[in-house]
Design a protein around this ligand. Structure first.
Ligand code: MTE
Length: 326
């Protein structure tokens, strides 16, 4: 196993496979910037050069074979990436900025017990453990993940709509945004000893974005518990936004009145905005966002507006200037 501590009892029961809901089918500061390696791809010429090859030497083979679930596709008909690709090419700066090293470094990281504290501007603040969270449901969502660095994957998550959890804590009318905070544990997370970033990792969504049915909290992948490198035991997944919004290993969720300042906004405000909607028309200051490399493919493919989810989410941004609100 390439990921830690998953007792057999926790492996998702078969009924989940059978009752799997194919959700998407039919449903409708520049000096500083040079230091920001990953979400600020080192300013090399061409993404290919910046990305280690996954097939062959870079990937660690022989973890959990995706055999029973082979043949999965997203609603556009593109195949899901393999287990090995999804779990061995990761951005998780708390461990390292080296994508192909995260899995190894994350091995054995303790995720039990784990608590997620939900509070702020709510009538019913609560603290959930992972079993509590699972009670919100587990369904499969096959989503594209488009990293701001211009690579992408198709990932079969297991999770539940964040809206269910938010409704349970009863947001007050003053609540306008949701602020998410990841684990802070510099003793065990070597990346957090770096002073380049303001730890812990923080992200935010507008309340209506957070309530959107596409927005999920994921607890699994390919029908199995989430490996640490992918954000165990619980992470956010917002498929129409650049991957950095999908914060991993969440310990705190607060409903707030003011727009939260994310780790990336604090690190490089001219490069990473609050919205971070996938948008081929708005280049990153250091590279184009018109195309992307799907991991496992050679040829680049065009990047889709809102990562292909425009029909479901474009209305959230009607009358907004997406160049200003990048
Ligand atoms: N969450 C935390 N806590 N720390 C991180 O470094 N990286 C983000 C996001 N969530 C990150 C994080 C980035 S840049 C991306 S692209 C995605 O996680 C990658 O998710 P994956 O490794 O599961 O593909």
């Amino acid at each position: 196993m390439s990921y830690p501590k998953i007792p057999a009892s926790e492996i998702t029961p078969e009924h989940l496979y059978r009752s799997r809901r194919r959700f998407m089918k039919g449903a409708g500061a520049m000096a500083m910037a040079a230091l920001l390696a990953a979400c600020g791809v080192p300013s090399l010429k061409g993404q290919e050069a910046a990305e280690p090859a996954l097939s062959g030497a870079g990937a660690t083979p022989g973890t959990v074979p995706p055999t029973p679930l082979a043949g999965l596709t997203d609603e556009l008909g593109d195949p899901a990436n393999t287990w090995d690709e999804i779990t061995h090419y990761n951005n998780f700066y708390e461990f390292t900025t080296k994508k192909t090293k995260v899995a190894q470094m994350a091995e054995g990281y303790p995720t039990e017990p784990w608590k997620v504290e939900v509070g702020g501007l709510v009538a019913n603040p609560r603290t959930f453990d992972i079993d509590d969270l699972r009670k919100f449901g587990e369904e499969e969502r096959i989503y594209r993940l488009r990293c701001v660095e211009a690579w992408s994957m198709v990932i079969p998550w297991v999770g539940f709509p964040l809206a269910r959890l938010l409704k349970a804590v009863e947001p007050l009318s003053k609540a306008k945004y949701v602020r998410f905070q990841a684990v802070f544990d510099p003793d065990r997370l070597p990346g957090q000893r770096s002073k380049v970033y303001q730890w812990p990792y923080v992200e935010g969504l507008r309340l209506d974005e957070a309530m959107h049915d596409l927005t999920i909290l994921a607890t699994g992948l390919y029908g199995k518990p989430l490996p640490m490198q992918n954000g165990a035991p619980v992470r956010l997944v917002v498929p129409w936004k650049y991957g950095f919004k999908s914060i991993k290993s969440i310990v705190k969720i607060d409903l707030v009145e003011e727009m939260p300042v994310s780790l990336w906004m604090a690190a490089a405000p001219n490069e990473y905005g609050f919205y971070a909607n996938v948008n081929p028309e708005v280049p990153h200051p250091r590279w184009s966002q018109r195309t992307e490399r799907r991991i496992g493919e050679r040829k680049r493919r065009p990047t889709l507006m809102f990562n292909g989810y425009a029909e479901q989410v474009a209305h959230l941004y009607a009358n907004m200037d997406l160049r200003k609100n990048f």
